[in-house]
Design a protein around this ligand. Structure first.
Ligand code: SF4
Ligand code: SF4
Length: 74
């Protein structure tokens, strides 16, 4: 059961890969062929099942271009 998800606002990403390096669940990978208009390789959210919604990727992103959502359990 997914506990969180992220959305990356691709146009502001600068491809630094900090989100990739710091995600404790390895939910984000850098693309090998997907680039934004500024020419940066984009990160891809690859593992929604593992995401906890911890927010670390969002805190680490120097461009504040990751929105993090955490699901509330009933
Ligand atoms: S919210 Fe946490 S688990 Fe989910 S992608 Fe970001 S760093 Fe990884
Ligand atoms: S940390 Fe932010 S700017 Fe860096 S690759 Fe991830 S989304 Fe892009």
């Amino acid at each position: 059961m997914p506990r969180g998800r992220i959305e990356i606002i691709e146009e502001y990403c600068k491809g630094c890969q900090l989100c990739v390096k710091f995600c404790p669940k390895d939910c984000i990978e850098i693309s090998t062929d997907k680039i934004n208009p500024n020419g940066y390789l984009l990160p891809i959210f690859v593992s929604e099942d593992e995401c906890t919604g911890c927010g670390i990727c969002g805190w680490m992103c120097p461009e504040c271009t990751i929105d993090v959502y955490r699901y509330i359990e009933n």
